[in-house]
Design a protein around this ligand. Structure first.
Ligand SMILES: Cc1cc2nc3c(=O)[nH]c(=O)nc-3n(C[C@H](O)[C@H](O)[C@H](O)COP(=O)(O)OP(=O)(O)OC[C@H]3O[C@@H](n4cnc5c(N)ncnc54)[C@H](O)[C@@H]3O)c2cc1C
Length: 389
């Protein structure tokens, strides 16, 4: 086996390699033993939240000055690849808790909001969620219809969000609502809402999800929920920028997580095709099998290259929306193909949860959808090239 598939990319310097191995050891010890069971039993594991907090992973992306880990964007990508390779539920949880909620709150929130929530979120003592999507507003998030009506010194929220990761278990949510629907996206405002407030109803998403079955996905309804003016995050009418800022942070995690899924799919395929014998030989002696392994390896490194390029450009301030879109688009689509090929190379065994590709194949589909579908990433890239909306 070529160790570059399994070990962190050789482009990393010694301290980032050591960092990757530390996250890998955590994932092997704390996540791997539960990864299959939480998927099969469809349970959200609260202990996982405490473990991620205690290991400094939830606070990792936040600055050291406030008790975070001060991770570089490259380290965020490395960590999310490692988590994604082992447990999509844990990686998805971290992306929401630390990316969409804590980082967003740190960037746009007030001092009082920081004091009240950031330490708890970083330690895993509180759970956060990011409530943007609505039944009638998905890719077109600017068309959201949740209203924030002025009421006394504050606002009353009315509307429904769905597909909210952690929504059923969270203590606090960043909720996007419009102060004046006639103003379109210029009316959108972000509110930090404690989910114990009167008028909030939560219910699980209807149906059974294809993947991410150890995650919590909820419908949140707001029926005249009173929130104070101080709950605004980032300023009146600035919610759309807050949402897009949060999503840009989150898309790095999604792309890196996809690289982890890709790596796990390839690792499983390499191991299985070495030990499985047909026609008197290991099946990895057949050229058509080898071709698939070679393609999976090449696209893995191409994905990782785009993800780490995005991270490096984020660190030096040269990132563009196209860098984010290319990394997310390529890494998620390549990982979906790799998971499918890995399942095929496992033959009938690939079709059951007793072997890992089946879960990878289901989990990866969500990464092609959330935080902007693959088609939306393509439309961002095409807009850049053609200057047409
Ligand atoms: C597992 C999971 C977790 C999620 N977690 C969260 C969360 O925590 N918070 C949150 O707010 N949301 C969350 N979402 C919602 C997610 O962000 C949306 O599902 C996603 O943005 C797509 O929106 P939609 O489902 O309404 O699809 P639609 O927008 O209705 O899209 C349907 C299809 O039309 C295509 N399409 C739409 N517009 C265009 C266009 N202009 N050009 C080309 N194609 C287009 C899309 O690409 C897609 O293929 C989650 C979703 C999933 C599946």
């Amino acid at each position: 086996m070529n160790e570059s598939v399994w070990l962190p990319d050789s482009d990393l310097d010694a301290s980032d390699r050591e960092f990757a191995l530390r996250i890998r050891a955590f994932a092997a010890e704390k996540l791997l033993p539960h990864a299959r069971a939480i998927d099969e039993q469809r349970v959200f594991r609260r202990e996982m939240v405490h473990e991620l907090g205690a290991a400094g992973i939830l606070g990792g992306p936040l600055p050291k000055s406030i008790g975070g880990g001060g991770w570089t964007p490259l380290q965020i990508a490395i960590a999310h690849e490692e988590l994604g390779a082992v447990c999509g539920n844990a990686r998805g949880f971290c992306a929401v808790q630390s990316g969409l909620v804590s980082q967003c709150l740190h960037q746009y929130g007030s001092k009082a909001q920081h004091t009240r929530w950031l330490t708890k979120l970083m330690r895993g003592e509180a759970i956060g969620c990011f409530a943007l999507t609505e039944p009638e507003a998905g890719s077109d998030a600017a068309s959201l219809s949740t209203r924030a009506d002025r009421s006394g010194d504050g606002f009353q929220l009315h509307g429904t969000k769905h597909w909210i990761t952690n929504g059923g278990v969270a203590d606090v949510a960043i909720v996007f609502a419009n102060l004046d629907l006639a103003r379109g996206k210029d009316g959108i405002t972000a509110f930090l809402v404690e989910l114990t407030a009167n008028g909030i109803r939560r219910s699980p998403m209807p149906g059974i999800e294809l993947g991410h079955r150890g995650s919590d996905h909820a419908v949140l309804s707001f029926d005249g929920v009173q929130v104070p003016a101080e709950s605004i995050v980032g300023g009146e009418g600035l919610g759309f920028s807050v949402a897009m800022g949060g999503l840009a942070a989150g898309r790095l995690s999604v792309a890196a997580g996809a690289t982890g899924i890709h790596r796990a799919a390839l690792a499983a395929a390499v191991a299985y095709t070495e030990q499985r014998r047909q026609f008197g030989k290991p099946i990895n002696a057949f050229q058509m099998v080898q071709e698939r392994l070679a393609d999976m390896l090449t696209t893995l490194h191409a994905s990782r290259g785009l993800v780490q390029r995005l991270a490096r450009r984020r660190a030096n301030g040269t990132e563009t929306p196209s860098d984010v879109a290319m990394a997310k688009l390529f890494a998620t689509e390549a990982a979906a193909r790799a998971a499918e090929e890995s399942m095929l190379l496992h033959g009938g065994n690939g079709y059951t949860s007793a072997h890992v590709p089946e879960r990878l194949l289901r989990d990866i589909q969500a990464l092609r959808i959330y935080e902007g579908t693959s088609l939306i990433q393509k439309s961002i890239l095409a807009r850049q090239l053609t200057q047409k909306n």
